[in-house]
Design a protein around this ligand. Structure first.
Ligand code: SF4
Length: 356
């Protein structure tokens, strides 16, 4: 047997061993009581997987329970108003996820009779479902063998294999998918999928991983070579842009004026405050709409971090009289008797502070 074949055999053994060790650890120390693990229907797994993207389990759990309580099945979600979906998502961030979930539910109801399709390609064709999410749905809900590669799993596998390139790059991603597939066992795929996600979330932490408790430390390259601080590699540095905006708190009686944001873009489809480049632009806009416009009063500025840039917000408060013409894109919102609307987190905070 030549060296290459011997090495390949050793690797295969280590790979199948990886799943065995991981599963034994999962049975002993993994998380078994997460809300979405109870009765994991494809719909429930899907909702949880979308919520868990970029968001931790502790944050997601109460949102998930409220969401499933209101939309217990796909048809209920598909028939709901987007406003109500966004309302239940308010504060969870990355609102495109909620819009896509809603749109995909409608597509599934119209095109697949209300059942999520069973094939990975058909799942990936739905809005907001990528390769890893499709695999997680099929593995967790149906026990089918598909490899996942979410953020946590990327970190585990990058460290295991000593991947030095940024895991978001196309070349590193392709290598990690190959590893993910080779490691995925044929049996107990659902448990394995949960196990590797748990390992990333609770042991192979981004900072200070708990290698001493790790069931697969033995053949982990980053651990062996003391590279856990360097792997996964950071995204190549790009200057982080800053934008600034004035948000107008237009008040009339007990109410604040809200506008529906365009479907695409920041906080798409949510309700927000009218925005302007500066106070002069805001003043012009106000005079065109209201009979009486008070003094613009600045409130404490704040910053909001998005994935790709920072937004500096200068809130300006103003009292007006003589309501603006009715429009389907604007409404008077009474914080004392709030309507169920999707509001961006800084807008909720600004409105709340008005009452304080
Ligand atoms: S040994 Fe450490 S770095 Fe390697 S997979 Fe386990 S926790 Fe992660």
């Amino acid at each position: 047997v030549n060296r290459k074949t011997r090495l390949a055999r050793q690797n295969t053994r280590a790979d199948s061993d990886f799943a065995t060790r991981l599963l034994a650890w999962f049975d002993r120390a993994g998380r078994h009581d997460l809300p979405w693990q109870q009765d994991p229907t494809p719909y429930r797994v899907w909702v949880s997987e979308i919520m868990l993207q970029q968001t931790q389990v502790v944050t997601v759990a109460p949102y998930y329970l409220r969401f499933i309580g209101r939309f217990p099945d796909l048809a209920t979600l598909a028939r709901a108003r987007l406003d109500e979906v966004l309302h239940l998502w308010s504060g969870l961030g990355y609102y495109a996820r909620a819009r896509n979930l809603h749109r995909a539910a409608r597509d599934v109801l119209a095109q697949h009779g209300g059942e999520l399709p069973r094939g990975p390609e058909a799942l990936i064709a739905l809005p907001g479902i990528g390769r890893s999410t499709a695999a997680a749905i099929l593995a967790l809900a149906h026990g089918e063998r598909h490899a996942i590669l979410d953020g946590n799993v990327k970190r585990v596998l990058a460290r295991r294999t000593g991947e030095r390139e940024y895991p978001g790059s196309a070349a590193a991603l392709a290598r990690l998918w190959t590893v993910a597939d080779a490691l995925t066992p044929a049996a107990r795929v659902g448990a394995y999928t949960q196990a590797i996600m748990d390992l990333g979330a609770t042991v192979c932490l981004r900072r200070r991983p708990r290698c001493g408790e790790c069931p697969v430390a033995e053949d982990c390259r980053a651990h062996r070579e003391v590279l856990t601080d360097e792997i996964p590699a950071k995204r190549p540095h790009r200057a982080r842009p800053r934008r600034s905006v004035c948000m107008l708190l237009v008040r009339q009686g007990a109410c604040v004026l809200l506008e529906r944001r365009p479907a695409a873009g920041l906080w798409g489809g949510l309700w927000g405050l009218p925005e302007f480049a500066d106070a002069a632009a805001a003043r012009t806009w106000l005079r065109e709409r209201f009979a009486r416009v008070g003094t613009l009063r600045p409130r404490a500025p704040r910053a909001h971090a998005f994935t790709h840039f920072d937004l500096d917000i200068t809130p300006l408060e103003v009292r007006v009289r003589g309501a603006e013409k009715r429009s389907s894109r604007a409404l008077w919102y009474n914080p004392a008797a709030p309507r169920r609307l999707g509001l961006a987190a800084p807008v909720t905070a600004l409105i709340r502070e008005l009452g304080d």
